[in-house]
Each structure stands twice: as C-alpha cells, then as structure tokens.
Design a protein around this ligand. Sequence first.
Ligand code: EPZ
Length: 425
Amino acid sequence: MTMDKFLVPAVAKPLDGEVEIAGAKNAVLAIMPAALLADGISEISNVPHLKDMKTMSDVLRIIGCRIDGENHKLRIDTRGANHLEAPYELVKTMRASFYVLGPLVARFGRCRVSLPGGCAWGPRPIDLHLKGLEALGAKINITHGYVEATCEGRLKGGTFHFPISSVGATVNLLLAATLAEGESILQNAAIEPEIDNLVDYLISMGAKIQGRGTRTLIIQGVESLTPGKGETIADRIEAGTFLCGAVITRGRVKVTHMVPEHIMSVLNVFKEIGCDVAIGDSWVEVDARNKSLKPISVTTLPYPGFPTDLQAPLMATLASIEGNSLIQDTIYHDRFTHIAELKRLGADIQLNGNTATIIGGKSLEGADVMASDLRASAALVLSGLIAEGETTISRIYHLDRGYEDFEAKMAKLGATVSRIRPELA
Ligand code: EPZ
C-alpha cells in the first residue's frame, strides 16, 4: 500500500540470527524480458515476491504475454506477444521496463517504449542503450517521450564499446544481439553477477555467447531462440543490507543461500571496520559484538568494487562508528537524498560534491522520516534500529520494491519493525 509506514523502535539488544537471502531483483528484471526473444513458455525459478516483479509482469502482459507463477517460480508465455509497446505509466514507475526495447526490436523489428525519465536522485540517461542499438542497425526515433526503434529485417551484428560500465545498457544490447544477423562484440560490458545470470539464461534459450564474466562479450546471432529455463542468483544487495544490520547494532548476522564472492568488496569493508567475517560456500556471518569499530573511507565502483546500491545502508552504518568516515559515490554523483533524512535522526553528515563525510558516533533520536528510494529506505530502517525512541518511516513502498518479507526477516534477527496502514492506524 502506498501510504504504509514502518514503525521502528530502538532494538532492545543487538541483532542476532540468521536470514535466508531471496533471488536477485536486478537479475530477474533482466531475465524476464529475455523471454520475449522466443515463442513459447519460459520459466524462471528463485524469483523474489517483490513489487518490481509485478511491474515487469504488467509490462509483459501489455505486450500480450501471459504470466503465472507460484512459490518463487515464474512462467512467461510469449505466444500472444503482439502489442509492441511499453507505456509511460509503467516505465516511469520502474526504469528496468526499458529492458524490453532490445528484445522487441530484435524479434519483431519494431517497438515503442517510453523514455524512463529520472529517479529520486536525478537524471538516469539511456544514451548508451540507444547508441548501442544503433550500432546493431536499429533506427532510433524519439518522439512525444517515447523511443521508437525499428530495423529492416533483422538487426545486424556489430561492435559497441561502452565508454562507461553500464548494467542496463549491457542488458539491452546483450538481449538484442542474440537474434542479430552475424557477430556482435560488446566491449567494456558490465560484469555484475546479474549479467552472468542473464548470459546463462540466454544460453539456456540457445543463444551463442562467449566471454561470460569478462568485459568483452562475443555473441553469434541466431535466427531464433527457444524458451528459457533457469534459476535466479541470490540478491547480493539484500545480503549486504542485513549484514550492515549486524554492524550498526553491534550484533551478529548470518545470511544464507547466497554467493559470498558476490559481496567480497563489502566483506572487506566490514573487516576493515573491525568486524569478524566468517565465509562458507553459500553463507556469510558478520560478527560485530564487543568490537571497537573504526571509521573508514569507501568509494563505490562498478563490480567487483563496492556497490552503489549499498552506499546508503553503509552510510547509516558508518554514522554509528566514532570518527570521520568518507563515502564517495562514483556511479551516481547525486545519490544522497537519504542524507537529509539521516540528519533528522541526528546523524552528522556533510556532502561535498559526490563525497559524504560522516562524523560518526553521534547518538540518534527517533523521528518521523521519509524514504526517497529503495536503498535509502533500508538505510533509514537501520538507523531507526539504534535511534533512541521510535522512528516512523513513510513511503516504504520504495522498500517493498526490493526487499522480500522484510519485517519477518528483521523479526528473525530480533528487531520488531512493524508496518502500519494509515486507515488502520
Ligand atoms: C542498474 O541500474 C541497477 N538497476 C541499479 O540498481 C544499480 O544502482 C546500477 O545498475 C549500478 O550498479 C537494475 O539493475 C534494474 P547503469 P542501471 O546503467 O542499469 C550511467 C536498485 O536499487 N549511464 O549501470 O540504470 C548512469 O547514469 C537500482 O536496484 C549513462 O550515462 O545503471 C550511471 O552513472 C538502483 N548512460 C552509470 O552509467 C546510459 O545509457 C551506471 O549506470 C546508461 C547509464
């Protein structure tokens, strides 16, 4: 519900427990549009129950697909796909809807997709998506806020060098190149784990892709693909968020059903801060109990560097550690809307350009705050756990986009985060 709020009392004691990590939202958002490349029923497993999955399903349904699923499985039937358009009403709520552009123009030779617009922290350009598709022979026309992409016959294999690492543009081009005529080479492609997950899924559909896990992807286009079947990787950002909870409350959290190597940069930060970090084959435990933690400087970078999506949760965490810490976000220079809200709770943070200085150790007091985006909402919950008194967080529909069963998982760790519905309040 859009008016739902979270009530976050200060935790009575440090978090202590174990949570199972769900499938990765950003992997599913790339894999669902891949189904459009084939005629038939594609299946995806380990899909998290999140609002963004529903939004992407709505986009695919408007295109004419039928979608059903149960217990974390999705089935996407594309045999009715004939309305080659993604409307503004949906694309504006979730930019990943833009991922249907590549597969639609590759398979059907034309489509009309709304420009995604900006987000809470500023403009989010899509120039690389469009330049890349033009390198594959697509004709791009932008009119009335929509991108119209067409091509004569099939797309033509081509080479595209990404001037900067872009997850979304890599997804769109990878999807399109699988059906292009001839060979495509994507240089300086993103290497986030979600891209590998997509590559594996496309190969399950019959795509011919070399260079998995490297910044050079070589795709031999094929005439047609068959429906896919594959499993979503665990959500590394959800895992990192709950582990931040261990650090900020000086507790101990174990995250399971995940891939430790996907968050090595985050684990190194926790070690540098002074936590004990234990790593298993599919679990990680961070122990911050009775530790004297140190301030640090962190810079966000493309994978395998520290992820920008954990910048806000880490900022809340560093605000609890005595001393001056620094966080520089090199991916999104203005992804700092959460600073104003953290300051309402008493945090002392100064922003200079894209670098935040956190004067940590100030005691926090509960207050009414507002979530501005998905990861900022998680940061506010984390700070609420240690703020004296109650913190009320509004607009937590942002949080529901990316964290499955959040309250239940927090309860398992010993925190009573409760959802209040205004009409019931
Ligand atoms: C993906 O967004 C994620 N979203 C984001 O997670 C994540 O923060 C981001 O990658 C960076 O890791 C999904 O996967 C659905 P980019 P995306 O293209 O693809 C610039 C979340 O919380 N750029 O890798 O949009 C861009 O402005 C979300 O789950 C261009 O200049 O990010 C940014 O500075 C938030 N032109 C940089 O590249 C383009 O055409 C990296 O952006 C595209 C991007």
